[in-house]
Design a binder for this molecule. Structure first.
Ligand SMILES: *[C@@H]1O[C@H](CO)[C@@H](O)[C@H](O)[C@H]1NC(C)=O
Ligand SMILES: *[C@@H]1O[C@H](CO)[C@@H](O)[C@H](O)[C@H]1NC(C)=O
Ligand SMILES: *[C@@H]1O[C@H](CO)[C@@H](O)[C@H](O)[C@H]1NC(C)=O
Length: 222
């Protein structure tokens, strides 16, 4: 046996700290499966399931989106797509942008993907260097205004309230935790029928998607 012992008080303290964090943070697993459903072909049918792990302010995630959408369109209705948000720690505004997406999803779920696309189109606004002189409060304000471009100005105060509502913070944490629980540490990352595709951190072009998906679809036909 290893020659070390853990003293009883240490165990008690660890247990109490563990319990306290359980009480004050969200419970896992969450009540609802993480992720935003883009297209859904009934699970268990002979469809193919893509899970994408994306960061709204990551350039490679942005570059992966158009070919991914094209592939989903091409294989419709055989392919389902669920997007999980992974706010990367070295993108200063990734968590805030992801939180905005969760807020908008709760307020008006059909605006979720339009807002994600707006982030992809204008993500430079929220890059580290562009926001380095801004306070956290003014970044939240900027994210709030940015989101109203999709949902409408009448939602301004609801989004503002969303940023002060712990529920949306916890939902965003669940997305992060789900990603890390799958061992994902780069965006974009893609799982096909539950298995990680090679090349995590780089976009996959339409030809690449065909290479991955065609054999699976053909297997169904046999
Ligand atoms: C989106 O909201 C509508 C109306 O509230 C609801 O019927 C629908 O089930 C929701 N969709 C998702 C994916 O949550
Ligand atoms: C941030 O502030 C520094 C010092 O005032 C200035 O040199 C720099 O240009 C500012 N950067 C931005 C992006 O505003
Ligand atoms: C936070 O959002 C949840 C879900 O929409 C809602 O049920 C709750 O009342 C909100 N809490 C506050 C303090 O507004």
């Amino acid at each position: 046996m290893a020659g070390f012992t853990i003293s009883f008080p240490v165990i008690v303290v660890a247990a109490v700290v563990g319990l306290a964090s359980l009480v004050t943070s969200q419970s896992l697993p969450p009540a609802r499966y993480d992720g935003f459903v883009y297209t859904d072909c009934r699970f268990g049918s002979d469809g193919v399931m893509i899970e994408a792990f994306l960061d709204p302010v990551c350039p490679d995630s942005r570059d992966s989106w158009v070919p991914l959408k094209k592939a989903v369109q091409y294989y419709r209705p055989r392919v389902s797509l669920v997007v999980h948000l992974l706010p990367l720690p070295y993108h200063d505004n990734a968590f805030g942008a992801s939180r905005a997406l969760h807020i908008v999803n709760m307020l008006k779920n059909d605006s979720t993907f339009p807002l994600l696309e707006l982030f992809f189109n204008e993500q430079e606004k929220f890059y580290n260097s562009q926001t380095m002189n801004m306070s956290r409060a003014s970044i939240v304000k900027s994210l709030t205004k940015f989101s109203t471009q999709v949902v409408g100005n009448s939602y301004y105060s609801a989004i503002e309230a969303g940023f002060n509502n712990r529920t949306t913070d916890l939902k965003t944490r669940v997305s992060f935790k789900y990603s890390t629980s799958k061992g994902v540490d780069a965006t974009p990352s893609f799982f096909l029928n539950g298995f990680l595709l090679p090349g995590a951190g780089s976009p996959i072009d339409f030809k690449g998607w065909k290479t991955f998906i065609d054999p699976l679809i053909n297997e169904h036909k046999e």
